[in-house]
Design a binder for this molecule. Structure first.
Ligand SMILES: [Zn+2]
Length: 416
């Protein structure tokens, strides 16, 4: 761009919601050289090479999904990120622990470097990461702090923290000690630690007494036994205390974690999650989680405002992992932008237990830009043959959005 007055792209007349930069209202977003040039009202369309009419649309910073699994082809859970980015407005994915020391180099080479959407990672304390569905912490030989530190030091541009899944399906006899080892790594590299909670043992008490400010608790609205509600239905006082010092509560919907009962109780008690994320993976993408717009719509259905939901899926996740250049449309930021509309209707949303919640609005993505370039909508590759939903989730599944992929057929027939 020779002329500083010229823009490559002008997204004109949309309702901008950008809590990070403080923009709100009918504004135009101008892009030059892949960066946000300015956000203001009434920019002359003649100043831009390409103009997108956003009248009646909602324009936000590109969404940041803080809990995802995008190590496609090398792990049980991994989905392929770009085709999903293009239809959901997610421009930044945090892959949380799909890779550990032994397989991070592949995540970097084949996914991070090959994707148009931005991929950052938390390194699993287990050197094998999430190659399989479970037990990654059960072999203490794989809990290698020195290797983790070496990998992180060489890849600080991509790795922004450490991940440990702490539940009965991951730790086996190692128990809570796995969390202590993960803590050792996080401290050695001075990065945030994301702790997944689920069905114990270990107990939630064992986790809570080990929490620190700056940690991220994912699956914070879980309906499993390690949930964050005390016997009186209140957030554990120690957790509330730590939140005031910077503990982050992240949703991580997934296929086993988000409960409407827990969510309604939390919200009724004034506990808002800090971050809304999907835990999208080979199973969750088939529903009832589906994707970010659907997960955000569930929060609208239980009374969260759209502004609060967008804050929790843009600037707040950016802050949780210290990606200060992302999550807002502040001039000079990468032009990662999403355009949506709210579709009115009578929707039945489901949590992972297939408990239902009626809602009247569905957030639908219309376009997604990264560095000012529109992502092309392409079909999603077939799901992996092992990615078969359990009977309950499958039988009641009601896709709310077009599902552009073929669910895997059950493997059972081959085993007879
Ligand atoms: Zn996960």
């Amino acid at each position: 761009m020779a002329n500083a007055e010229q823009f490559d792209l002008l997204i004109k007349g949309g309702q901008v919601i950008d809590p990070g930069a403080g923009y709100s209202g009918q504004l135009d977003v101008a892009v030059a050289d892949g960066k946000v040039a300015t956000v203001e009202a009434g920019i002359d369309a003649g100043r831009a090479g390409k103009v997108v009419d956003a009248t009646g649309k909602i324009v936000t910073p590109g969404l940041i999904d803080l809990h995802t699994h995008v190590y496609w082809g090398s792990t049980f859970w991994g989905i392929y990120p770009d085709p999903v980015a293009a239809r959901t407005g997610v421009t930044t994915w945090l892959d949380v622990g799909s890779s550990g020391g032994y397989n991070f180099p592949g995540l970097r080479k084949f996914i991070v470097e090959e994707s148009k959407s931005r991929v950052y990672a938390l390194l699993n304390i287990s050197s094998i990461g999430l190659t399989g569905p479970s037990w990654e912490l059960a072999n203490p030989d794989y809990l290698d702090v020195a290797l983790g530190q070496t990998i992180i030091e060489a890849n600080r541009d991509v790795i922004v923290g450490v991940k440990a899944r702490i539940d009965t399906n991951t730790t086996r006899n190692v128990g809570i000690k796995a969390l202590d080892i993960a803590r050792e790594l996080a401290e050695a590299v001075d990065l945030p630690l994301m702790i997944h909670i689920g069905a114990g043992p270990p107990t939630i008490d064992e986790v809570i007494e080990r929490l620190r400010p700056g940690d991220i608790i994912t699956h914070c609205f879980t309906g499993q036994s390690m949930n964050l509600l005390d016997p009186n239905g209140q957030l554990y006082p120690r957790v509330a205390e730590l939140r005031a010092q910077g503990l982050v509560l992240d949703i991580g919907h997934g296929a086993g974690s988000f409960s409407f009962d827990t969510a309604r109780t939390m919200l009724a008690n004034g506990v808002m999650p800090d971050v809304i994320s999907t835990d999208i993976h080979q199973l969750a993408i088939q529903g009832p989680c589906f994707d970010m717009p659907t997960t955000i719509s569930k929060f609208l259905a239980i009374g969260m405002s759209l502004e609060d939901a967008i804050e929790r899926s843009t600037i707040k996740p950016a802050q949780a992992i210290h990606l200060d250049h992302l999550g807002s449309l502040k001039p000079g930021s990468p032009a990662d932008i999403a355009m949506f509309h709210l579709e009115d209707g009578d929707y039945t949303f489901q949590d992972i237990f297939m408990n239902e919640q009626r809602g009247s609005q569905l957030l639908v993505n219309d376009a997604t830009w990264i560095d000012g370039e529109a992502l092309e909508r392409v079909p999603y590759p077939d799901l992996q043959p092992w990615a078969v939903l359990n009977e309950n989730q499958r039988s009641k599944m009601i896709p709310l959005v077009e599902v552009p992929f073929k669910p895997a057929a059950p493997l059972l027939d081959n085993r007879k």
